[in-house]
Design a protein around this ligand. Structure first.
Ligand code: DQA
Length: 145
């Protein structure tokens, strides 16, 4: 069975309580459950992890090359700041998709630039928690192509 990693960056552990007008009322656990259900339905195995720590995220990204078939990542605020996460993404030859709950291109100027996007195959953003399940569908096609 093909195996993917779904990584979540800083403050996403607070989903459901945090700026719900922007990010919705679902908790990260709710989103994890939807992702697991989606993956089960298409016969993919998935690990779903959140970290507030940049170094930990980088270690997990580095593990994708040997331990997973693809990566879905919501780098959260590191999207706009982290060349280190971009560099880690660039070391992986497996399919990679960046996702965001909100449409970062309709928000503050400083969110309109994604540094990490340069290291992935494509981005899905602006669909709330649906961004995650859409990314799983796209990942399934990329992996099984
Ligand atoms: C986010 C968008 C980022 O700009 C923000 O820092 C987040 C969440 C999103 O999913 O919409 O923490 O990645």
């Amino acid at each position: 069975m093909k195996k993917i990693l779904i990584l979540n960056g800083p403050n996403l552990n607070l989903l459901g309580n945090r700026e719900t007008d922007l990010y919705g009322k679902e908790s990260l656990k709710d989103i994890e459950n939807s992702c697991k259900k989606k993956c089960d339905s298409i016969n993919l195995s998935c690990n779903f992890i959140q970290s507030n720590n940049e170094g930990e995220l980088i270690n997990l990204i580095q593990s994708v090359q040997s331990d997973f078939d693809g990566l879905i990542i919501n780098p959260a605020a590191f999207t706009h700041t982290s060349i280190a996460i971009l560099d880690a993404l660039r070391t992986i030859s497996k399919p990679k998709i960046e996702i965001h709950l909100s449409n970062i291109y309709t928000r503050e100027e400083y969110r309109k630039k994604s540094i990490t996007a340069e290291g992935v195959n494509g981005i899905i953003c602006g669909f709330g928690s649906l961004s995650y399940t859409l990314a799983i569908e796209a990942m399934n096609k990329l992996i099984k192509k």
